[in-house]
Design a protein around this ligand. Structure first.
Ligand SMILES: Cc1cc2nc3c(=O)[nH]c(=O)nc-3n(C[C@H](O)[C@H](O)[C@H](O)COP(=O)(O)OP(=O)(O)OC[C@H]3O[C@@H](n4cnc5c(N)ncnc54)[C@H](O)[C@@H]3O)c2cc1C
Length: 409
């Protein structure tokens, strides 16, 4: 492959394909370079193969999901292309979508393949020249354009859109290649951390609960001073390695950034305060002293969890309400409302759905995704220092930023 293009988009994931479609629709001669034989591998495996495309959340609430700094940067992209427009984009390409639990949008077919097929069809119709099996080796400034070197030859492009993703799930092609090019072209790249990954813990009692799912407990990540950096009230799964499921995975980025100083706090009765529980338990002890302590634990909790909580509080199973000490009551209150688990890290990039960190946002024009340090260069998707929680927020950000670049490049 040798030649020239108006726009070279590097990376055929959500952000890159969207950027290429938009640029080609404007009549720009657009080349899309993807190292894998198939574009969109991450889309194919997303949402358990079903692709949680986006969310029903909108406006400020949507922006807030990315945190204040990242949300502020994404505001333009998300307002210009909110979830309902992303849905309309795919629906007009024949993909029927529907809302499921937790405000998530999925294809009715439950097939992520439908999303990839629609994107590729739209890219073809727009006239994008797609080169798969074409790893890019380098991007360098060349006069007022760029020289792009690939395994299959070189290309000169007036504008370049970098959409090579982050470091998570490297099997899908995301091996962080774009970071070095961004640095060489004058950008700062922050430290990177696995995010949206299961949490690892060596605590044996936790592993004994493997297989159990808590539906309505709260989990929080605490920093070294015991302050909550993030709380989540979504399903929590105990595994043989620690904690997984939507809520623990949402905490992974914070846990990793805290580099071994993080604690995770579990609250098994998020709707009732410790004071309320304490009053209830005292009343139960007054009225039903012959009952076992276990009887005051929240009803919906599985037996193995009940046993573990009593054990954590140092209370023998046969202890009655009349027989427990004030210290034991307090210890059980702590176990139920404020159970702290040392969680030094997540399971890492191999298991992380996204990468936290990336190209510093201040260096990018949030209205166009054009680099402020290297005119003609656009940086989009997960390569940027942008990540969101589980729930379709990461595709939403990738498509919305990719679209802005394609409209400007
Ligand atoms: C298991 C899993 C499940 C997920 N589920 C969801 C979900 O349901 N909903 C959601 O919103 N998000 C989900 N995500 C996150 C989402 O997939 C990413 O946020 C999104 O794909 C990022 O898009 P991107 O285009 O920026 O990067 P990517 O999708 O990573 O695309 C980057 C592309 O660049 C290519 N590339 C890299 N280097 C080169 C090179 N040197 N030359 C040429 N090409 C290159 C890669 O091969 C890849 O195709 C999930 C992620 C994983 C791993």
């Amino acid at each position: 492959m040798t030649g020239s293009a108006d726009v070279a988009v590097i990376g055929g994931g959500a952000a890159g394909v969207m950027a290429a479609i938009q640029a080609a629709r404007r009549g720009r001669r657009t080349v899309l370079l993807e190292k894998n034989r198939q574009p969109g591998l991450k889309i194919l495996i997303s949402g358990g193969g079903r692709c949680n495309l986006t969310t029903t959340r909108q406006g400020k609430d949507l922006e807030a999901q990315y945190g204040p700094r990242r949300g502020r940067f994404l505001r333009h992209a998300l307002r210009a292309f909110p979830p309902r427009d992303l849905c309309a984009f795919f629906e007009s390409a024949g993909v029927r979508l529907r809302e499921e639990d937790l405000e998530k949008i999925f294809p009715v077919s439950q097939q992520a393949r439908e999303i990839v097929d629609a994107l590729l069809r739209l890219a073809r119709e727009a006239g994008v020249a797609l080169h798969t099996g074409t790893p890019v080796h380098g991007v360098a400034r060349d006069g007022d354009g760029f020289a792009v070197t690939t395994a299959n030859g070189a290309l000169r492009a007036q504008r370049v859109v970098l959409a090579t993703g982050g470091l998570s799930y490297p099997k899908t092609g995301a091996t962080g290649d774009g970071y070095a090019w961004c640095r060489a072209l004058g950008h700062t790249v922050t430290a990177t951390f696995p995010a949206l990954a299961p949490l690892a813990s060596d605590e044996a009692w936790l592993r004994e609960l493997q297989g159990i799912v808590l539906q309505d407990s709260e989990i929080a990540c605490l920093d070294g001073d015991g302050r909550a950096t993030l709380r989540r009230r979504r399903p929590i799964l105990f595994t043989h390695k620690g904690l997984s499921g939507p809520a623990p995975m949402d905490l992974a980025g914070d846990v990793e950034e805290l580099a071994g100083r993080a604690l995770v706090r579990l609250d098994f009765t998020p709707d009732r305060s410790a004071d309320e529980l304490d009053r209830e338990w005292l009343e139960a002890a007054r009225l039903h002293g012959q009952r076992r302590v276990e009887s005051v634990l929240p009803r919906g909790l599985q037996q193995r969890v009940r046993d573990a909580l009593l054990q954590r509080a140092g209370i023998a199973a046969e202890t009655t309400l009349a027989g427990w000490t004030k210290e034991q009551r307090r210890a059980l209150l702590r176990a139920v409302k404020d159970l702290r688990v040392a969680v030094p890290k997540s399971l890492g990039f191999g298991h992380a759905e996204v990468t936290r960190g990336g190209v510093v946002l201040d260096e990018i024009d949030a209205r166009t995704m054009q680099s402020k340090t290297c005119p003609g260069l656009y940086i989009v998707g997960e390569l940027l220092d942008v990540d969101g929680p589980i729930g379709g927020f990461n595709f939403q950000a990738a498509f919305a930023t990719g679209r802005l670049a394609g409209l400007d490049a």
